[in-house]
Ligand binder design. Structure first.
Ligand SMILES: Cc1cc2nc3c(=O)[nH]c(=O)nc-3n(C[C@H](O)[C@H](O)[C@H](O)COP(=O)(O)O)c2cc1C
Length: 325
């Protein structure tokens, strides 16, 4: 089975990136209502050293983005616990487990997880191998290009490959880079020349043009898109349409539905203010992604509305004006 099949028009497999905080369950469900991507993944599920895997695993729902499959990303550094968590995910129906080797947060890296795994390729191998050995579903590794620098770049790629990972996703910035400098696509091309297993290219794809350029420049096997999908939820469809030789015209009704699904998924227990702020955050990304809307973005951010319905009644006409203008 090819894990990263191209579609009939030759479009590479498209992943919605994990994005803790922004790309939560509400966002993923809303994105699934628009579709266009082939697979989603959860944001990292922390597996701390005192983890009780069964209770932590409850956050994973295999049918969350149905019919689009959703993999489970786990983050931690205790090989036994990580293996137990992966098994738990498998039992909950996850089609794949992804090992996080990229999270730059100090609270995470302090405990040796996330991007800290990139400091010691042997240890990365040990953690990944423990997971691969524990489950029968495919295991992938998502990594940055290094911790402080790229001196262990090749060693980390090979460690992941040798552990039995089915593919690697590379976000070519170091932990120290954070999200600052442009993603180094030359490193994706280099990784492609090093690896025998498939490689998913990730980082700074904001348009169809970027997606095509990444494929052309790096020869990577598939693409993963994070922030570009928040600023333009139709980007996956636009990429697919390009390969099909078609024009894709986003439907306004699909965007309305996107917000409706997002609001329906907001935690009913959270106060209205929290819900409005989450919706505002999502909406502000759309205003950021559209030049015509940039100047109205501040109005959106500073607006005060008691409920999500009130906020939508205020913001949607502004969005529509820019959308159609
Ligand atoms: C708000 C935010 C949260 C993120 N959370 C995760 C995460 O939970 N797991 C992970 O592997 N990467 C995470 N990332 C990294 C993204 O998956 C992706 O690698 C990075 O944003 C580069 O891709 P992009 O330019 O398409 O956004 C996060 C990125 C952002 C902006």
């Amino acid at each position: 089975m090819n894990l990263l099949p191209k579609d009939t028009n030759g479009c590479p497999y498209l992943f919605l990136a994990p994005m803790e905080g922004v790309g939560d369950r509400c966002f993923r469900k809303a994105m699934a209502s628009i579709g266009g991507f082939d697979e989603a993944v959860t944001e990292f599920i922390r597996v701390p050293s005192n983890a009780h895997v069964k209770s932590l695993a409850k956050v994973y729902e295999a049918d969350e983005t149905a019919p689009i499959p959703i993999a489970a990303q786990i983050m931690g550094s205790d090989p036994q616990l990580m293996a137990a968590m992966a098994l738990e995910m498998q039992e909950k129906g996850a089609p794949r487990v992804d090992l996080n080797c990229g999270c730059p947060s100090n609270t995470v890296t302090g405990r040796g997880a996330g991007s800290s795994l990139l400091k010691e390729p042997n240890f990365l191998y040990e953690v990944a191998k423990a997971i691969v050995s524990a489950v029968s579903i495919p295991v992938s590794v998502k990594m940055r290009s290094g911790f402080a620098d790229i001196s262990l770049f090749k060693e980390n790629l090979l460690a992941a490959q040798e552990s039995g990972a089915c593919f690697i996703t590379l976000h070519p910035r170091t932990k120290v880079d954070g999200y600052g400098p442009p993603a180094r696509w030359d490193l994706i091309a280099e990784a492609k020349s090093i690896l025998k297993i498939p490689l998913v290219g990730n980082g700074d794809i904001l348009s169809v043009k970027d997606a095509l350029k990444m494929l052309q420049d790096t020869r990577c096997d598939a693409l993963m898109i994070g922030r570009g999908s928040v600023t333009n939820p139709f980007l996956f469809h636009q990429i697919k349409a390009h390969f099909a030789g078609k024009n894709y015209r986003p439907e306004w009704s699909a965007l309305i539905r996107y917000f409706e699904v997002f609001c329906a998924e907001l935690n009913p227990e959270s106060p209205n203010r929290g819900k409005v702020n989450k919706l505002k955050q999502l909406m502000s990304f759309l205003f950021k992604g559209n030049e015509k809307l940039l100047q109205t973005r501040q109005t959106i951010l500073t607006s005060q509305h008691p409920t999500t319905e009130d906020f939508l009644a205020f913001a949607l006409p502004l969005l529509k004006a820019g959308w159609e203008g």
